[in-house]
Design a protein around this ligand. Structure first.
Ligand SMILES: Cc1cc2nc3c(=O)[nH]c(=O)nc-3n(C[C@H](O)[C@H](O)[C@H](O)COP(=O)(O)OP(=O)(O)OC[C@H]3O[C@@H](n4cnc5c(N)ncnc54)[C@H](O)[C@@H]3O)c2cc1C
Length: 420
């Protein structure tokens, strides 16, 4: 069987970065060593190419921990060791120039995810990393102080050290059929519950059928019974039975796993007005235009169809005019525009999710090296771990940071052995 010093499983964001960092680090230490990068797909970085709508939002200058979920407190040392500047320096050393937008989201200067992948591939090649595609790992067996990696057709290779960077379950069309979580479990790790994140929210509210395709700017808050869990500002896209858009994706990351307290999304469609100002606006409308159709009460302020749906929800007859609206109806209309409630019954499926919520708990990993505390010589990086971020470059940042830490440490590391 072929023998390698380091095998990296998964040529996605974390794996490419880890393989490059490992090979470069071996060279810098003047140590001989071989690095193999195994990818189940027929080509590397398929998901990377799809990121940021093909533009790859690769990090964020505002790397607040509040943008991460899962084992966030434990994640802090890794993120502090590899802040955005450090990651951008790394990319710059690969020849990739990047720039940030007004919200701190960083993209390659040419806005092409393909350029990020190319830079990483070239850099891996230049450092002597051997990339092998169509080489999915189905089993990892500790053997002779290292790891025997098996594929569907039997043994693939033996490696002294192994970096698992297989990603998660989100958007399966971009990943090899996977089982990275299974490999981690085979090697002694536990897993937290896995759920789709950064995806739409399902809502049975009837009006969504006629609002399909409409977009509004809003503040979207998530409530569980009387408790406000979080809120996000941005564009909301109505779909049949769903609410989506980046701000809703971010709410999906905070969706309670237990839906027994009723969960709702409440949309404030008139953020810049408080309730009294919203009421004053509709009262002015009635005073100034008493003969206008009642369903057009919000025509000057909101998407026309959305405004009509609000009036429909108040059971205002279609033929009514502004002057027919009662004071109570005006109060309710202003209240609805400031807090339109949508019951939520779950998140979208894995196919529509951008990341996995859950994974290998960080307490099972040494966070300076990303080495497993369960098995020496094993390293974990990327989405496989129990950390997920909001939209905005946070997930790729996590992949780069953990890939860099794992790759460097693997280059310094010892052979595989059970640690506890
Ligand atoms: C549509 C979309 C858009 C996104 N946009 C952004 C964005 O703009 N910014 C951002 O920060 N994040 C974004 N994300 C999230 C981001 O892509 C992931 O968080 C990130 O790619 C995770 O990196 P990873 O290396 O851990 O996993 P991946 O990038 O998924 O890489 C894992 C690799 O391992 C391979 N693999 C899996 N199992 C095996 C195995 N057993 N053997 C061999 N190979 C295996 C897979 O085929 C894959 O190539 C987006 C996700 C999606 C789906």
């Amino acid at each position: 069987m072929e023998r390698w010093d380091i095998a990296v499983v998964g040529a996605g964001a974390a794996g490419l970065m880890a393989a490059h960092a490992a090979a470069k680090s071996l060279k810098e230490q003047g140590r001989a060593g071989s690095v193999l990068l195994l990818e189940g797909n027929s080509r590397p970085g398929k998901k990377l190419l799809a990121t940021g709508n093909g533009r790859c939002n690769l990090t964020n200058l505002d790397l607040s921990l509040a943008r991460y979920h899962g084992d966030v407190d434990l994640a802090a040392p890794v993120l502090e060791a590899f802040p955005p500047d450090r990651v951008l320096e790394e990319f710059e050393s690969l020849g990739l120039l990047c720039r940030a937008d007004s919200e701190g989201r960083v993209y390659p200067r040419n806005l092409q995810a393909a350029a990020v992948l190319q830079a990483l591939r070239e850099a891996c090649g230049a450092q002597g990393v051997v990339l092998r595609c169509d080489a999915g790992v189905t089993k990892a067996v500790p053997q002779e102080g290292g790891f025997r990696l098996e594929g569907k057709e039997g043994d693939l290779v033996w490696a002294s050290r192994c970096v698992l960077a297989c990603g998660g379950k989100a958007s399966p069309k971009h990943s090899w059929e996977g089982g990275g979580f299974q490999l981690a479990a085979q090697l002694g790790h536990s897993l937290t519950e896995l759920c789709p994140s950064l995806t739409y929210l399902k809502s049975p509210k009837k009006c969504l059928r006629s609002l399909k395709g409409m977009r509004v700017k809003a503040v979207a808050a998530m409530w569980a019974e009387e408790e406000k869990l979080c809120q996000e500002r941005g564009e909301v896209l109505f779909g049949e039975g769903s609410l989506s858009g980046i701000c809703l994706f971010n709410l999906s990351a905070r969706m309670p796993r237990d839906l027994s307290p009723k969960v709702e999304v409440v949309l404030d469609l008139l953020e810049e007005l408080d309730y009294r100002q919203a009421l004053a606006y509709v009262e002015r409308q009635v005073k100034n235009h008493p003969s206008y159709p009642a369903w057009e009460l919000f025509a000057g302020a909101l998407n026309l169809r959305v405004g009509e749906e609000l009036m429909k929800e108040l059971s205002v007859p279609r033929e009514a005019l502004f002057r027919d609206l009662t004071r109570q109806q005006l109060r309710k209309a202003a209240g609805l525009a400031k807090g339109w409630r949508f019951p939520v019954t779950g998140t979208g499926e894995w196919e529509s999710a951008q990341v996995t919520r859950g994974g290998v708990p960080l307490r099972e990993v040494d966070l300076t090296t990303m080495e497993s505390k369960k098995r020496r010589g094993l390293y974990l990086a990327g989405e496989l771990l129990n950390v997920d971020g909001d939209c905005g470059g946070y997930n790729l940042h996590w992949a780069w940071a953990t890939g860099l830490a794992a790759g460097r440490a693997a280059a310094r590391g010892r052979k595989g052995k059970e640690s506890c």
